[in-house]
Design a protein around this ligand. Structure first.
Ligand code: SAM
Length: 214
């Protein structure tokens, strides 16, 4: 399988296979705390684009009742995720090799919720389209897709996110901080309604989309 362009935009530390992301160190506690209040009891959570695997670990520590299935198309990321999972008492499944631009990526998977952080701006728009299309087929009505990252919100957009958007587009013409209105429209076209928008550290948001009855 062909991996997408490398998309970690930071220097990561490494201890054996375990990678450490400075940004995950800054945001994982806030993400785990926010998701704790949003995930159903004993939820099976599928994470898309897990990166180092540190969000998975923080979330199962905060919610030991959930079972977390991480995924990433990058082999180095999957090795890191599986290495971090060793300290999670069996609540993190082996990482799946999953690329959301591949049609039918959700086949054979089961989940009560989907979580994806910091992918749709560091990948072509086709990744956002594939994420919502697959999640739509995967999730039952009422189940939620939670999306973390920066977004363009018209005049309310933080200057730091405008600068980040410009730097992403300079790096790759298909990348860029996505407009919240575009993400909402994509979601609606795939049978999701946005039910939440939490303000998170460093001008990020945690958006929640609920699968409508088909
Ligand atoms: C910036 S990293 C974010 C990692 C982690 N979620 C975080 O917030 O620290 C982006 C991740 O998206 C993954 N990715 C890129 N394109 C993808 C795709 N088409 N399908 C699934 N994951 C993808 C990359 O392999 C990478 O691990």
């Amino acid at each position: 399988m062909k991996s997408p362009l490398p998309s970690a935009l930071e220097e990561r530390g490494a201890l054996g296979a375990r990678l450490s992301s400075p940004s995950a160190a800054r945001n994982r506690a806030a993400i785990a705390q926010a998701l704790t209040g949003l995930l159903p009891d004993a939820a099976r959570v599928l994470e898309i684009a897990s990166g180092t695997g540190e969000h998975a670990l923080a979330c199962v520590k905060a919610r030991p009742d959930i079972v977390w299935t991480p995924s990433d198309p990058a082999p180095g990321a999957r090795a890191s995720i599986d290495a971090w999972a060793l300290v999670a008492d069996g609540t993190i499944s082996p990482a799946h090799d999953l690329d959301v631009t591949h049609d039918g990526w959700q086949r054979g998977l089961e989940a009560d919720a989907v979580f994806c952080a910091n992918m749709i701006h560091i990948a072509p728009w086709a990744a956002a389209q594939g994420l919502f299309a697959g999640a739509s087929a995967l999730l039952k009505p009422g189940a939620q897709l939670h999306l973390y990252g920066p977004f363009l919100e018209g005049e309310a957009t933080a200057p730091s996110n405008l600068e980040f958007d410009a730097s992403l587009r300079a790096r790759h013409p298909g990348w860029g901080v996505r407009a919240l209105t575009d993400v909402d429209a994509l979601a609606a076209g795939c049978g999701f309604e946005r039910t939440g928008r939490l303000e998170m550290p460093a001008n990020n948001r945690l958006l929640s989309y609920q699968r409508s009855p088909s």
